[in-house]
Design a protein around this ligand. Sequence first.
Ligand code: C2E
Ligand code: CA
Ligand code: CA
Length: 669
Amino acid sequence: MLLTIQKFNLAVLLVVLSVLYAIFIDYYYEQRDKMASVVLESLKDDMSELSYILSKTIENKEQLGSTRAVLDRSVSNNDFIAAIMVLDDNNVLLTTDPHYHKAPSKIDLYKEERSSPYNKLIGQKGVEGVIRFYKGPQLQTLNLLFLLDQEELATYFSENKTKSIFYFGLSPVLILLITGLILHYFLGKPLEKLRQFAYYQSEIPKAFRLKELEAIRASMVQTFQRLDSEKNELYQMARTDSLSGLANRNALEEYTHRLIADASRSQKEFAFLFLDLDYFKSVNDAFGHNIGDELLQSIASVIREELRSNDFVARVGGDEFVIVLHQYNSLAELIGIIERVQQCLTRTWVVQSHPINITSSVGIAIYPKDGTDNVSLMQHSDIAMYEAKKAGRAQYHFFTKALNIKVQKTIALDKAMRDALKHNEYELYYQPKTDVQTGAIVGVEALIRWISPTEGIIPPLTFIPLAEENGFIIELGEWVLSEAIRQQKRWSEEGLDIKVSINVATKQLLSAHFEKNFVTLLDENDVERSKIDVEITEYLFLEQNKNNLQVLKMIHDQGVTISLDDFGTGYSSLSYLKKFPIDNLKIDKVFVDDYNTPEGAVFLETIVKMGQTLDMDIVAEGVETEEQLAYLKEIGCNIYQGYLCSKPLPAEELAQFFIRMRDQQKDRG
Ligand code: C2E
Ligand code: CA
Ligand code: CA
């Protein structure tokens, strides 16, 4: 059976209490009997004294009445005697009080079997004694009777009773109190500690397996669980904005703090955007706060939907939001996201059948260059946001001047680049690919040029990377593809058998309509498939896209060859050379430049050998000197490309160059 602490304490107190009261009661009866004995003793003394006086009086033949005064004195001296009688059997010979003139019955009188001295006194009429005397030689007796004053006796004993209870009944209570305190401090307190121990350790020591402890522990576990869930609820409440359900300032601070810790470790940047709705106050003024709130809710959920789940959005004020972006690879991509968010907010919202037009202004601070903590990022993005407002709203603004300029340039370039396609400002130049051993031109690579009426010839490296980022490369690439294929057709119609290599960006290759487009172009122009080559880069293999293999197979199945461009600069894993249908490897210029260093030479020779093993043609790019060419010839490289042979040329010039070279070859042959 399990013992509870409370029961145990109670039992201890009860035992102590009953022992104390037993002692007290025993003591009380003993005291009472002692007092009764004293009273009895005094009565006996009086009795023996008076019986002596009376027997002497009778023997001296004096009148019994003459003792009356002595008897009266005894009565008045002893409080417990009400009256004294002298009896001869039942005849009253003398009485001190005329009220008592009849002898009481024997039963009411002193009885020997009454054991305790107290019982000999209380409830008894009187105490009887014997007067012995000689009448001549004859011994005769009379009875002397003390009638007891019961009232007096009762008050005497009850006085004592109250005193006893007062002095002795109180002490157990005090003792009990002290015992209780001792139990509390020496049993309760240590057990309390044990309870805590039991709570934190799920295993209770066997020695303490008390029912109580288990119950307390269980209830504490429950309580803590409830507190935990309440705490979580409060935590969530403290972190979310009740109107929009987005994160609030607290959560933003916490998030930025964590992100800064991560970003500083990995030395990455992130963008802190401050988005403010334009003229939102007037919405509230015109339609009331209810509609304003409803609009804010819709806007919040649209922003949330427009971003990826990894991006962070918080509502930090009435119509102010903070967006933190950390997954973008370039400024152009970042701008793309910002523009997308702004665009999806810029529309006519309908709230309770009221059409409302909204635009937004965004300020951007970049960690770490525009701020390294939450406060400075907040301030600087806010300042940038005001710049956007000043510039006429519905736009974004970077905190850093240089960035703003760069962004302005990017935007301008973006626009100009797209316009250039409409205005036919692009042109393809062609650079020969030459056989290392024979010097014969085996093909050309089409390289785009932007012939700007104002800026002159713009090289592809100024606009191709941006076009790749913002997706314009798909459109531009289609133009290149169609232009290059048509050029091949034109040349072949002119009797010039020139294979054309076309650079195709990864984005373009993986774009939705590439396959169909490509095949259509080949069919429409009716080109000889083997006279077309597609140059791809290693980035294609990085894409976790199932289509990358499929699209290459399609190209290859058409009979078009595939060259892997800039080989060695990317994420060279040789495994994909086997997996993908690749015909040619183009060794990047940096390795060709290094041909005369030991490492460069080892690299080149290894690639060439590998190409021979895999039955691929190796094309060396950027060959500028005879020495480089001699070296390539020595190690058995097949083809080269470079200024040594020719710079990229417009189609017309290339054709002339091709004819010249062909004729030279013929002359030699
Ligand atoms: P790429 O495909 O590696 O093209 C080779 C680049 O090296 C060309 O630069 C070419 O002019 C240059 N080059 C060739 N021989 C020499 C040499 O001996 N010395 C030096 N210093 N350079 C040499 P370009 O035309 O400026 O093109 C740069 C890059 O732009 C290309 O690199 C290619 O990635 C891209 N590109 C050009 N046209 C197109 C295009 O039509 N579509 C796509 N997607 N990308 C293109
Ligand atoms: Ca190329
Ligand atoms: Ca290249």
